[in-house]
Ligand binder design. Structure first.
Ligand SMILES: Nc1ncnc2c1ncn2[C@@H]1O[C@H](COP(=O)(O)OS(=O)(=O)O)[C@@H](OP(=O)(O)O)[C@H]1O
Length: 287
């Protein structure tokens, strides 16, 4: 397999590194504990941000593990090879992240009391972020032109499939009050408020001082400078920050700098059509 050839699993394209048939089977049979918390996203929607936030909310703002353990070991991806290596070191309550669609989540999630936070981001900003990620990640194929990448994105010929399928699956998930829906945009607008929301959902009663401390540590600026979160420990051949930084802009609406009128019209009409008749509405206008 060449380094940019994606792995295929249940019809989905997955990254060619850190994902193997073994790790994917391991994920599907993972034994979920009642106290587990999953941060789930379609890629480029705020996953690494949630990796930073979850342990701090769960442990009452103790920065110690955050300063010594890289994010991928601290809050591992459910579907990645790393999980099997670090699982015994994870302390309860465990925090994990995943890009899995709902239908691939382990069966034990459904019988447990574990909680899920699903983070959504405006798909236009998701696509822009993903476009730059494909340019900097040596293990991914070149995205081509913005137009070409947009077609692939809309057809779902990208990692983890169609954005609309991912969102539909998770928005219609039958997890009752065990799932919290939050948006990247809410987090950018008022991180302390989003943290209060997350902390209430997880049954934590954090002081205002702790909320402010977590917000400061999880700001774009702090995370971009933090070696345990900013992927600077990853060899350049995998992630080349000279081509584009993983912590690229961290803003809402960068799509306006990338989409022309025709692209916007096409993108909006495809996404709108695919979500037609669904029982949920999107938190942002697609226009
Ligand atoms: N703290 C904070 N504040 C604001 N924005 C943040 C933060 N942390 C990560 N990000 C931005 O999230 C984008 C990366 O998304 P993911 O972490 O989901 O990427 S991945 O799927 O795990 O590769 C990527 O977005 P873009 O800047 O638009 O490319 C990151 O910059």
């Amino acid at each position: 397999m060449s380094s940019s050839e994606s792995v295929q699993y249940h019809g989905l394209l997955l990254p060619p590194v850190a994902h193997t048939l073994e790790s994917l089977e391991y994920a599907q049979h993972f034994s979920v504990e009642d106290t587990d918390v999953f941060g789930v996203t379609y890629p480029k929607s705020g996953t690494v941000w949630m990796q930073e936030i979850l342990p701090l909310v769960l442990n009452g703002g103790d920065l110690t593990p955050i300063q010594t353990i890289p994010n991928w070991d601290r809050v591992p991806w459910l579907e990645e090879t790393r999980l099997a290596k670090v699982v015994d070191r994870l302390k309860s309550p465990r925090a994990l992240v995943s890009h899995f669609p709902y239908y691939l989540m382990p069966q034990s999630l459904h019988t447990s009391k574990a909680k899920v936070i699903y983070i959504m981001r405006n798909p236009k900003d998701v696509m822009v972020s993903s476009y730059y990620f494909h340019r900097m990640a040596g293990f991914l194929e070149d995205p081509g032109t913005f137009d070409e990448f947009m077609e692939k994105f809309l057809e779902g010929k990208v990692l983890f499939g169609k954005w609309t399928d991912h969102v539909k699956g998770w928005r219609l998930a039958k997890l009752g009050d065990r799932i919290l829906y939050i948006t990247y945009e809410e987090m950018v607008k008022d991180l302390p408020e989003a943290l209060r929301h997350i902390s209430d959902f997880l049954g934590r009663n954090l002081s205002e001082e702790t909320i402010q401390k977590i917000a400061e540590h999880c700001s774009f600026k702090s995370m971009k400078a933090n070696q345990m979160s900013n992927f600077s420990l990853v060899p350049k051949k995998y992630m080349d920050s000279e081509k584009s930084n993983f912590f690229r802009k961290g803003v809402v609406g960068d799509w306006k700098n990338h989409f022309n009128t025709e692209q916007l019209a096409r993108f909006t009409s495809v996404i709108r059509k695919e979500l037609e008749g669904e029982s949920f509405s999107l938190p942002w206008s697609l226009d």
